[in-house]
Ligand binder design. Structure first.
Ligand code: TRH
Length: 384
């Protein structure tokens, strides 16, 4: 990646502990690349799971303690107390998702003449309280340090979500025909087909949905990146597995399994489809930038703590829809997240309204500002 900003002397360390899946490293890696390429920062990222990282960036070698990719220094955070090959304290220190910084690093931060800007980057939530807590400081109990909570969000007063400066232009330049030939080995399906991309966790609602697509009046072409939902596809088609390169047909449904691609190439899948099923945090955000109808499989939490977050996201995104479409989206998202059986027709008959809303919503969301830009601006104001 060529930086579009001259290097500055702002050094930034990002600490990322991978809990599971790809979202933690997905968000941190995207942020790291943006801060390096768009803001010219000297970024170093500490990651405890280089295998997950390797899936998003093939240049990352899981065997190396320290390496560089896309202009970012990568340190294998092999144990919680490890603070890198050299103990060097950055100007901006980002602990992602409340992971704990190495104590020796915190102690050295406290010793530093000019104290670093210490940010706890939280998970994305569209809930209203987020704007009240965004940028709140939290003094350290023992050291002369204060950390600031930085909350991503979908509404005014929050940190926003990540969006690269070049993203819209890349989407405009996207060659859909070429993508289909390269990634699916066939040409773009005819207009009367509906193309669905499916990135989801295991989901009991998938069987019913696949049956509805099989029995649909017009063709449905399903694109499934290899992953946690692949087993359900294999069962449905009576195959031993549904790995990358597999394809199967039943009635109106034709499904293709795709390989997991590097992170900068993931957006193209969303651009290639008519409607996107996404999950977690980062793919959920990308689906919004893709300006297409989408369905969110939210990361499930204990005691259904995720459900208010699902409703909060709906309140933002679906508020601009006509009533009937809004209700249908809400029903469909809830059933996809465990509350009964999804009804595809009930959802997809609102396609024109959903398509109109998708573009409008992307501009509303863009007005909150890009998270990397918002974070850089805040840090700069503190570093003065
Ligand atoms: O993988 P996720 O489910 O991630 C998470 C984690 O579970 C995390 O612990 C949790 O806190 C968080 O969700 C809310 O979903 P997410 O966030 O969409 O991350 C997936 C990443 O994988 C995203 O950056 C896109 C990327 N990706 C690729 O790079 N290539 C691919 O082919 C695909 C399918 C995804």
């Amino acid at each position: 990646m060529t930086p579009d900003h001259a290097p500055t002397d702002t050094a930034c360390d990002i600490f990322c502990a991978v809990i599971d899946n790809f979202g933690d490293i997905g968000v941190c890696w995207r942020l790291a690349r943006q801060l390096a390429s768009e803001h010219g920062w000297q970024v170093r990222i500490f990651v405890d799971d280089l295998r997950a990282f390797h899936a998003l960036c093939a240049d990352v070698d899981p065997a190396l303690a320290r390496q560089e990719a896309a202009g970012v220094v990568i340190e294998h955070w092999h144990e919680p107390a490890h603070a890198g090959q050299t103990l060097q304290i950055a100007d901006v220190v980002i602990e992602a998702f409340a992971c704990e910084l190495p104590p020796v690093y915190v102690a050295a931060m406290a010793q530093r003449g000019r104290k670093p800007v210490w940010i706890n980057l939280d998970y994305l939530s569209a809930e209203d309280w987020v704007a009240d807590f965004h940028l709140r400081p939290s003094p350290h109990p023992h050291h002369p340090l204060s950390k600031t909570f930085f909350f991503p969000g979908l509404g005014a007063g929050t940190g926003g979500v990540l969006k690269e400066r070049t993203l819209d232009a890349e989407q405009l330049a996207f060659d859909r025909d070429a993508w289909w030939r390269e990634h699916v080995g066939r040409s773009v399906p005819p207009k009367e087909s509906t193309v669905v991309s499916m990135f989801a966790y295991e989901n009991p609602a998938i069987d019913g949905l696949l049956a509805q697509w099989r029995d649909a009046r017009s063709p449905v072409v399903l694109l499934v990146p290899e992953g946690r939902i692949s087993g359900a596809l294999a069962r449905f088609f009576g195959l031993p597995h549904f790995g990358a390169g597999s394809a199967a047909e039943r009635g109106s449904l034709c499904a293709h399994a795709l390989g997991f691609v590097e992170q900068p190439r993931f957006d193209a899948l969303l651009w290639a489809a008519d409607v996107n099923f996404v999950r977690g945090e980062d793919s959920f955000v990308r689906a919004q930038w893709a300006k297409k109808p989408f369905v969110w499989h939210i990361y499930p939490q204990a005691d259904d703590a995720h459900l208010p977050k699902l409703d909060a996201a709906l309140a933002h995104y679906a508020s601009g829809l006509p009533h009937a479409a809004r209700d249908a989206v809400s029903r469909f998202w809830h059933t996809w997240n465990g509350a009964g059986s999804p009804d595809w027709e009930d959802f997809w008959r609102h396609r024109p309204a959903l398509e109109r809303r998708a573009s409008k919503w992307a501009s509303e969301l863009a007005s909150v500002g890009d998270l990397a830009g918002n974070l850089a601006e805040f840090a700069k104001s503190q570093l003065k």
